[in-house]
Write a protein that binds this ligand. Sequence first.
Ligand code: GLU
Length: 295
Amino acid sequence: MHSAQPVFRFAPSPNGYLHLGHAYSALLNFDLARQTGGRLLLRIEDIDVTRCRPDYEQAIYDDLAWLGIQWETPVRRQSEHLDAYVDACDRLTAMGLLYPSFESRTEIARLVAAEEAKGPWPRDPDGAPIYPGHARSLSDDDVAAFKQSGAPVALRLDMAAALMRSGPLTWQEDGRGSDSETGTVTAHPEAWGDVILARKEVPTSYHLSVVIDDALQGVTTVVRGQDLFWSTSVHRLLQQLLGLPSPVYQHHRLLQDDVGAKLAKSAGSTSLRELRSQGVTPADIRRLVGLTTTA
Ligand code: GLU
C-alpha cells in the first residue's frame, strides 16, 4: 500500500506579474513539499479570459524557475478543462441546486442600492454585497424567455437548498505561523449568499474550478493566502455536494508592503521581474519574505 504522499500546489492566475506575496506562497509550498517528501504541482488558473495573458503565464514559469522552484509537469491549465467544470455544474443542476441569473452588473448594483436605501444590506466576507436578486424564483416561462432572447446567463448556487442538503460543515485548518484560526473550523458558506458557479463569459468560476482541480489532482494540502480563508467555506460545501475529498488547509499570512497595504497585482506592487532587474537575488527574495532557511 502507498503511504499517503502529501501533494501541494501553487495556483497563480496569469493576470499580472508575480510579486513578493506570490514568491512567499510558492516558496512555502515548495519548502513544505521538500520537507515532507511530497509533490509540488503548478496550476495555471486562467479562466478569466479578459484578464489572463500568455506572456504573464510565461513570466510565471520564468519567475518560479528563477526562484529555484521545481514543479511537476504537465502543468494543469484550467482553460483546457472547461468540460470538467460544466460536468460538475450539470450534476449540481440535476440536484436542483443551481438556477440561471440574467441580471447585468448594473442591474445588480441598482438592486443593492434599493436595498441599502431601506437599511443595512449584508456583505460577503470580501466586502461585496450579497446577491439581492430574485432569479431563484423566476418561473420556467420567464427563464425560457430570457434564454430565447440570447441574454448571457450565469448559474448561481441556491445556498439555502445546498445547505439543507449538506448539513453543517467544518474544515481542517493547519495554518501554523499565521493568524488563521487553526484546528477544526466551522464553515459558513451562507455568508456568501447565492454565489455564481458559472459566469456569463465562462462556464465556471474560481470556486468551482479550484474545488474540482484540487480533487482531480489529488491535492492533500492547500497552502494559500489568508485572503482566501473564508472562501474555504464555499469550497467545503462544493466538495460535500459533489462527493469530493477535502484537503487540509493552511492559510498563510499576507505580506505587507512598506505602507502596510496587502501586496496585490492591482495595487502595482513591485514585481519579481522588476526586483530581479534591480539585481535582487533569489536568496534576497527568501530573506525579504521571511523564509530564511532553504528547504
Ligand atoms: N488563483 C488564485 C489566486 O491567484 C489562488 C487560488 C488558490 O490558491 O486557491 O489568487
